[in-house]
Design a protein around this ligand. Sequence first.
Ligand SMILES: Cc1cc2nc3c(=O)[nH]c(=O)nc-3n(C[C@H](O)[C@H](O)[C@H](O)COP(=O)(O)OP(=O)(O)OC[C@H]3O[C@@H](n4cnc5c(N)ncnc54)[C@H](O)[C@@H]3O)c2cc1C
Length: 508
Amino acid sequence: MGRTRNYMESVEVLIVGAGPVGVTLGCELARRGVGFRLVDQATRPFEGSRGKTLQPRTLELMEDLGVIDRVLARGEPTPPIQVFSPNGAVDVETLFGDRVSTPSTPFPRPFTIAQNLTEDALRTRLAEMGGEIHYGTTLIALKQDEAGVVATLETESGLSQIRAAYVVGCDGGRSKVRQLLGIAFEGDTDESRRLYVADVRIDGLGRESWYSFRGPGGMLNLSPLATTDLYQLQASIPPTAPDEIDIEALQNIVTTRSRRDDIRITDMAWMSTWRMNVRLAAKYREGRVFLAGDACHVHSPAGAQGLNTGFQDACNLAWKLAAVLRGAPADLLSSYEEERRPIAAWMLGLTSALEAQAFEKKGFPTDREEGFLQLAINYRDSSLTAEHRRAPGGVVAGDRLPDATGLVAQGQTFRLFELVRGPRPVVIAVGQGWNATLADLRARYPQEALAIVTIAPGGIEDSNGHFAGGLGIDGDALMVVRPDKYIGFAGDHESAGEIVPYLARLLG
Ligand SMILES: Cc1cc2nc3c(=O)[nH]c(=O)nc-3n(C[C@H](O)[C@H](O)[C@H](O)COP(=O)(O)OP(=O)(O)OC[C@H]3O[C@@H](n4cnc5c(N)ncnc54)[C@H](O)[C@@H]3O)c2cc1C
């Protein structure tokens, strides 16, 4: 080990790990003006396609973050899947193929994009906002007291220490942060369930669909990765199979399982061996140090939830960290684990059931419930959720804010997601009679901290009723949309005063 420098830098947040979750967290902090250091032990970005499916809820928040155009340009809506059975039958399945865009759901279906391209889009956004990634920098120790955390980092030039008000471990399934905190990673590893995953170039196969070959030897999936010349290969393998494999051995698997000799692998850009590992961190937080993404939950890739869930972790945690650093009560941070850990526990069950389906069928598991889309995730039971209406409509506090089209003001037409876009909470007053309440809020909070809009005749008009219809609002209502676009508070005229203590919890 090298020498330790004797001066200590100081930042508001240290993010350990610049995978998709760490970079998302960096973007979310950057857009709120929080000072952070983002470090990664790797010397450059990861290049494999791994998590190639983004769920609709992720796309919604990517739109809010300003990365959606780049993401949509580098992928495609998940294409149909041709499923080949040993008896020669071919079924064509389209995941959630009957779902179309609606005024409340702009992204109805899963979207396929290689994870390295998603990460590239996130890094570009981070750079636009002035964020940097410090590669070749490994966290090796943490020490915290009541006021902050001292982290020891190792680079080629030696050891250094940095002091941070908060540290977030986005450092993947083998998380050093989790280990240093002594947080148990509860669950099981099943060595009998393994997969080769590789990015390959192939001759002899079209690119208009995914291909899934079922057979007694196991499953083989070949999925073209849009905007590249690669396919992602997934092949289930027995416990005795070696971890490393060359093109020739991979070709044997392809020829045997596809029962075709015209599919030829010409190149292998990346490969890895995955083993079934289903684990959940016993805690997401110890003092001033948090875990997010794979650092606190790992599971089967079946169902495409990992990156998506980690992305939502980052969106949930970032605004709370920013708020507390700017004066909100520190207790706000307790709601991170309270809200996100139960979601991960539920998701572990969902993906394990799908994984079992895949191993039973020895093929691609196509039987999926809508929960995989992550649109129905809600925080209704969170201590941060306040539903005060006596007769709430279909959408209640704790739910995802649905989109709505046809909002009109000053001759301009826009969507609800455009109206609430940005890093701060938004108060939406629906109908008349809110002047005193809103004037009070304006006196308490500057516009940069709290946006306030009124949807009512003469103001922003709900021209086609999609807003009221989508939210199930019949009459007046007062709502707070959290920065992660969940409805935090909902009230009526009798309970309007409750919004003041509610916002104090979010903003101080
Ligand atoms: C085959 C496969 C298919 C998948 N398919 C999907 C899918 O379709 N959809 C989906 O949502 N998810 C999918 N996933 C899961 C997805 O890839 C992961 O959930 C995602 O990469 C997790 O991101 P992360 O940022 O939490 O961790 P990682 O991507 O693992 O990043 C962690 C980073 O931390 C760095 N690091 C580690 N230790 C240290 C340290 N001590 N100091 C500094 N840096 C450190 C690492 O270098 C790394 O860059 C799939 C995974 C696999 C393997």
